[in-house]
Design a protein around this ligand. Structure first.
Ligand code: NAP
Length: 369
């Protein structure tokens, strides 16, 4: 039985990974070791049917070297610090990672098996031993539009994303909730007092949000009642790194030498979980909406086509409807007035499931078997 080390298991991605592994009974096939960067010596997670063990030190090279597989959801700083030290020590085990640090390296495979199982299997056969989960919006875009990509129907995509606070990690999601609570508290009396005008309430809220008393420790700016049209660092061309990843990672996952062009604006919004994306797709040919729907549905078992009407859209194509589910709804499908080759689509996916934990869980299962 393979010994698998889990680093970063208490964060957003790590905790969803453990939840999914328990749901799928994956722990019965491995000997798990839980590690921590901040709490070695404390008690580890309770996994159904096992006694919690003491957490090992995630910075201890000797312990890491004793593992067959390491799966880390700890983040890029940890990967930068430990990966090369470990490999340089001669360790040849499998490294599975949620962070972006190693994604674009030539000797790694980005895993999203409903889209690139053939590339993953080729990698394993060639001796690749580093497997990385894709960027959340990229993986969700490929799960949603995979049929059009693999049918070679896309000329380019322009995308606007609407990304949840938990995409930045646990502390950011908690801060959004603190911000929401603070917003309510500051006008809790006035909103039930009919003698106070809505404009007065809005002014009081806006003044408070702009004051130094509003909690902005992690985001640095207000998110509740607002949005942030920049995610990740500036790569120097006016494009954010999150926006850069769309084209580069998508083409690597698909194994396309001739790149499909993808660009747009990535925006953080005040939803807790799930990333939404609005696409304008330039098709290579004019195909009917009926054919497009069939192509999307035939790609993988998790895609759902949501009829383009008000009722289905507002009930089935929202973060509230999709959170915690593996389904990938695609809706708002229509030809734009720009011309018959211009397709509009709107998609939502749980970024902690198909956007992060699920591809990692599935590559771990494959490597263990
Ligand atoms: P996270 O929630 O911030 O957790 C990462 C680590 O932060 C935890 O393992 C924990 O490490 C520490 N931590 C600090 N405060 C915490 C708190 N209040 N609650 C829980 N853990 C806390 O990060 P994440 O969102 O899971 O992301 C992990 C990696 O996956 C990153 O590289 C990220 O870019 C990538 N990723 C994230 C998403 C997403 O939607 N969040 C999607 C795709 C990829 P210790 O136990 O050692 O202290």
């Amino acid at each position: 039985m393979k010994t698998v080390g889990f680093v970063g298991w208490r964060g957003m991605v790590g905790s969803v990974l453990l939840q999914r592994m328990q749901e799928e009974n994956d722990f019965k096939n491995i000997n798990p070791i839980f590690l921590s960067t901040s709490q070695p010596g404390k008690v580890g997670p309770i996994i159904s049917g096992t006694i919690p063990t003491v957490l090992e030190d995630a910075y201890n090279i000797e312990i890491l070297k004793s593992l067959n597989i390491i799966i880390t959801c700890q983040g890029g700083e940890y990967t930068k610090k430990m990966f090369y030290t470990l490999r340089n020590s001669g360790w040849k085990g499998y490294w599975i990672d949620a962070a972006s640090t190693l994604r674009m390296k030539d000797d790694t495979v980005i895993v999203l098996d409903p889209v690139n199982k053939h590339i993953i299997e080729k990698g394993i056969n060639k001796g690749v031993n580093t497997f990385i989960g894709g960027n959340c919006t990229v993986s969700l875009m490929l799960m949603a539009l995979g049929g059009l990509f693999v049918s070679n129907l896309i000329e380019w995509i322009s995308v606007s994303t609407y990304q949840a606070a938990s995409g930045s990690g646990a502390n950011y999601m908690l801060e959004l909730l603190r911000q929401m609570g603070a917003l309510y508290s500051v006008v809790s009396k006035e909103i039930n007092d009919s003698s106070v005008t809505p404009l007065c309430i809005e002014k009081k809220v806006t003044q408070f949000v702009r004051s130094k008393d509003f909690p902005i420790e992690f985001f640095n700016v207000p998110l509740a009642g607002s949005l942030i049209p920049w995610i990740d660092v500036d790569i120097g061309s006016g494009q954010s790194k999150e926006e850069w990843k769309a084209q580069e990672e998508a083409n690597k996952i698909l194994g396309f030498k001739r790149k499909i062009l993808i660009d747009g604006t990535a925006v953080r919004i005040g939803s807790l979980r799930c990333h939404s994306q609005s696409f304008v797709i330039k098709l290579k040919q004019d195909i009917s909406l009926v054919d497009i729907e069939e192509i999307l549905l035939n790609h993988n078992q998790w895609v759902r086509v949501i009829p383009n009407n008000i009722k289905n859209t507002v009930h089935e194509l929202t973060p509230t409807a999709v959170t915690g589910k593996l389904i990938i709804p695609v809706g708002r499908l229509r030809k734009l007035s720009l011309g018959n080759k211009y397709l509009s689509a709107f998609s939502i996916g749980d970024q902690l499931l198909w956007g992060a934990a699920e591809p990692l869980r599935r590559i771990l299962k494959l490597l263990v078997s």
